[in-house]
Design a protein around this ligand. Sequence first.
Ligand SMILES: NC(=O)c1ccc[n+]([C@@H]2O[C@H](COP(=O)([O-])OP(=O)(O)OC[C@H]3O[C@@H](n4cnc5c(N)ncnc54)[C@H](O)[C@@H]3O)[C@@H](O)[C@H]2O)c1
Length: 330
Amino acid sequence: MHYQENHSLNPHLKTSNLPVRDPVAVVGAGLIGRAWAIVFARAGHPVRLHDMDAGTMADSHAYIEARLQELAGHGLLDDSPEVVLARIRIEPSLVDALRDVVLVQENIRETVEAKTAMFSQLDALAPPDAVLASSTSWLPASTFTAGLPGRGRCLVGHPVNPPYLVPLVELCPAPWTDAAAMARAHALYSAAGQVPVTLTREIHGFLLNRVQAAVLDECFRLFEEGFANAEDIDKVLKDGLALRWSFMGPFETIDLNAPEGVVDYSARYGAQNKKAMADRQPFQWSEATLKKVDAERRKDLPIADIGTRSAWRDRRLMALAAHKRQAPAS
Ligand SMILES: NC(=O)c1ccc[n+]([C@@H]2O[C@H](COP(=O)([O-])OP(=O)(O)OC[C@H]3O[C@@H](n4cnc5c(N)ncnc54)[C@H](O)[C@@H]3O)[C@@H](O)[C@H]2O)c1
């Protein structure tokens, strides 16, 4: 295996604390692909990272190296950054990237045409028992796998950015996805330290983007109607709801907010909740409102500083991930 080959090439690398795992291919080495490479390599998988663009592949190496140093600094790696990095092979040939893999994680651009062409190649080239998972944020697998002989092993494995800090993966089957492929994907992601959730059937936006869309919709609406400024609406989440939501969901939250649980919560507050939502109109993403929110954001954060602020966000997420690792939910 390449993992062992890499180690035999460099006798100074410390040995791993983890069991050797089966190889995984990560196809598309942009923002999400390179992040997936970290997830799988961190868990002990030899990773073949492929992109059609040589420059992107070259950049991804330095990017991954820097992220691994940061993760190690927050106590989020079981092995040294060098050991984890040595598991990742940048692979310019798709054929070689797919050899002997148990999972292909596809992360190319978000169009049905691109995904259809890629899945056709993946199905033809990957070992027949490998799971073929797409990171797509919005496209149901049925839109790009319908004609494939191996469509039963194709599914969506939608991550949250960056998946090495935010562990949720949404597993969504096409109508023809085999239950066994879903189970294998679930086991692989779990063993890699992710938190898979399973949809029973396709729906636009899967789960996470639908919940986020509902929250965004209400936030924009409240802003548009002048009830509060954007900064204060953001505080409702970051200094209010999201503190609890970082370790329990809304169902568990309401279960604990009434002495007798969910039904009791509804008896006490259901009518008020219903009233609050009764006159809801979907936000139309009006340009005028978007420009106003943007203007408020730009006072706090010039566009040129978005990269710096994103790096700050990732450091905060690392500190939170380290805290959650030390204080597990159970
Ligand atoms: N960006 C996010 O926050 C996010 C979150 C979750 C899921 N996703 C999903 O992940 C996928 C990738 O998104 P991204 O943000 O990493 O995009 P990106 O533009 O950063 O990366 C896409 C990469 O795919 C490569 N590529 C395109 N066609 C290819 C081909 N035929 N063969 C090999 N490589 C090819 C490109 O060169 C590019 O490097 C999309 O489906 C997106 O919806 C993105």
